[in-house]
Structures are given as structure tokens and as C-alpha cells.
Ligand binder design. Structure first.
Ligand code: ADP
Length: 153
């Protein structure tokens, strides 16, 4: 069974994230969206709420699971018998950052391979960081989020 872990903070999960998972559906038997729970930083949006939103977004996709995790992504992959880490690339900055992470993960566990999908141009400008800033300042962010995610400005 080909299993991929899609790790991230997803604070919040955006249309860009959704698009990467949907593009990956035909490539893997199972995709685990793994929400990193940082013990030092709780995030802007509640972890349970983030989990619920992502579950609703993929209610139509039986091969997608949504879980929370702590610790190293490669350890989580090993525990869940996942051979792949899925990540999205928006621009050269993402590439630079992601290639370092992938190489470090490769050094820590050579059985887990990172797979990158290039995002569609209409999602390239969407980042959780900017969505959070717009939201905190009272802006309407619904156009950047999956339908299941409704934030009250
Ligand atoms: P992290 O907290 O690890 O930085 P994020 O939650 O921001 O993770 O994102 C998880 C993954 O989704 C990363 O691979 C990131 O590059 C990718 N990603 C973020 N925004 C988009 C987008 N708009 N389109 C495609 N991929 C994206």
C-alpha cells in the first residue's frame, strides 16, 4: 500500500493545501494529512477545529485520513508505514526551504521519500501566514479557504 503523509501546521488549511492533496489522490492508496501539534506554540486556530475542518474538506475522499502528530515527521511516517512525505511548492523560496528539509529527512530515514507537487498558479500567492494576518485584521478570507472552512471576521 502506497501511503503518503502530508505534514504541516495548516493554521489554517487553505485552498492551496486542498489542491495539493487532491492532485495527489491518484498517486497514493492512502494520504494522511498530519497536523503538527507544537507544544510551545498553540497556533492561531484551535487544533481540534483545524482537524475538524480538514476532515470535512475531504469527507468525499475515503483514502484521506486527518490526524494530529508531535515529533519528527520521519518517525510519524515509520509508525504509520508511510513511504512518502508529500509537500507543495509555490515558488523558489519553498523549493530552497523544502529541499533542505527533505535532505535532512532523507539522512534520518532513507526509507522515506519526499515527493513535491507544484501548485496551480491561482494558489501560488496563498499562504496560511498571510491568511492569518488578514483574518486578525478583520478581512474576509473565505476566498482563500476550502468551502468547509467558515471563519467569522
Ligand atoms: P509548515 O507549517 O510545515 O510550513 P504549512 O502548513 O504552511 O506547513 O504547509 C504545508 C505544506 O503545504 C508545505 O509543503 C507548503 O509548501 C505547502 N503549501 C502551503 N501553501 C500552499 C499553497 N498555496 N499551494 C500549494 N502548497 C502550499
Amino acid at each position: 500500500m502506497k501511503t503518503a503523509v502530508f505534514p504541516g501546521s495548516f493554521d489554517p488549511f487553505t485552498l492551496g493545501h486542498e489542491s495539493i492533496v487532491r492532485k495527489a489522490l491518484p498517486l497514493f492508496d492512502r494520504i494522511i494529512v498530519a497536523i503538527g501539534a507544537n507544544s510551545m506554540k498553540s497556533g492561531t486556530f484551535d487544533l481540534e477545529k483545524r482537524t475538524q475542518w480538514i476532515k470535512e474538506t475531504f469527507a468525499d475522499c475515503p483514502s484521506v485520513d486527518v490526524v494530529q502528530f508531535q515529533g519528527l515527521t520521519v518517525d510519524f511516517c515509520q509508525k504509520n508505514e508511510a513511504q512518502f512525505i508529500l509537500r507543495g511548492l509555490r515558488n523558489p523560496n519553498d523549493y530552497q526551504y523544502e529541499s533542505s528539509i527533505a535532505q535532512m529527512n532523507q539522512a534520518m530515514n532513507s526509507e522515506v521519500t519526499s515527493v513535491f507537487l507544484i501548485c496551480d498558479p491561482e494558489y501560488a500567492a496563498i499562504s496560511s501566514t498571510i491568511v492569518r494576518e488578514v483574518f486578525k485584521n478583520g478581512g474576509n478570507v473565505s476566498q482563500f479557504l476550502p468551502k468547509a472552512i467558515q471563519l467569522d471576521a
